[in-house]
Design a protein around this ligand. Sequence first.
Ligand code: BGC
Length: 453
Amino acid sequence: FPYECLQPFRLSVSTLQSVSTRLKKDMIRGLGKHTHHRAPVKMLPTFVRATPDGTEKGDFLALDLGGTNFRVLHVRILEDEQRVVKMDSQICAIPQEIMLGHGEKLFDHIAACLAEFLDSHELKGQTLPLGFTFSFPCEQLDIDKSVLIRWTKGFNCSGVEGEDVVRLLREAIHRRGDYDIGSVAMVNDTVGTMMSCGYRDQSCEIGMIIGTGTNACYMEEMRNVKRVEGEDGRMCINTEWGGFGDDGSLRDIQTDFDLVVDKTSLNPGIHTYEKMISGMYLGEIARLVLVKLTEDKLLFDGQVSDALQTPGRFETRFISEIEDTGLENTQRILTELDLNWSLGDVRLVWLVCDTISTRSAQLCAAALATIANRIRNNRGLDHLKTTVGVDGTVFKKHPNFSQQLQATVRLLAPRCDITFLVSEDGSGKGAAMVTAVCPFCILLTFRPVSVSF
Ligand code: BGC
């Protein structure tokens, strides 16, 4: 393979198997009462103990924070048609100074967006139940009590880590005093995705996101959830697999480029696996590789443009566009980046993008296979047939990501037959679904026996 710096991105099947074995161990550590505390894969109980059975119904509000945008939604669940209908939704931009500012400002901003939405949709008089999709690692103490462990992705607001996010939201709404909200159900986006897909396909028991960040949840046997009392039934566990490797266990597969991306990120040392997989980071990895190849005089006649030198300028969506059919996209993007390209350059840039997205899909597959194998073992099955609800821009927009991922999962979990159900707005609708299913799960819920983070 002629391009030395691309070599470390190529992972053999046996390396992927070894990654899966390491994750399997870390998942057990995360579930354990005494090992959870220091486990890099948090395996957080979600208090969701039931997937939808198709009888849920009603009107809900949903907030969705943690992806590309903040959104407010009005959702209706129609029991007769077994459908979740998005009545209205509104996107509110969150300016970067708020993403990095004080938490109180963030929640004031959220409360203001919600007020505006309720006003313009004449919903202020009603007190609808609210599903809050908050896509960060949280220690859930109850369905409406959820403490942020740490920010990930592009957020870093002060005064929120270690605090109950529902309380911060309610306080911001009370500060305004012009409206109120009803019961609140907090969910991670993976859980929302699993639940909204679960309404369509009742064998959906895994939710996976490959977007700005990456993560998955799945239905675990209660007897294995050592931090929560009770042995019977199942509970949805938010794995927070993005944190895999934070104890250095993936050092052998991290490339020099991964180390730079981590070091220059908002949260160095945190979410190692996510930084090799998700949309927030793939473009930057590609940019660093392109700079290196140019410095080595293998690209663009050795001339790096200012644009290519600028962190963040090579967006992850460029990778999807470049790998899409035809070379025109690549030529357009390289021209936009002020690069003097030849046809050879165009082909090499394609190879760089393909190498990075393939690794991302394979790593994601290794993690998904670990979960599927675990569910199969848990149930003592020779063969597992299951469905995973998936969402996220990387999975949805990249031309071959899904295919690569599925092919690798088949290799690593040969005795699992996995159907992929692409979620239509699971983060929004799923939160409403949890709110609808959860009066039922609260009744069945057990208290956590130990909470530490
Ligand atoms: C967060 C997860 C979330 C994932 C996908 C990660 O950074 O820690 O909670 O599910 O992103 O949005």
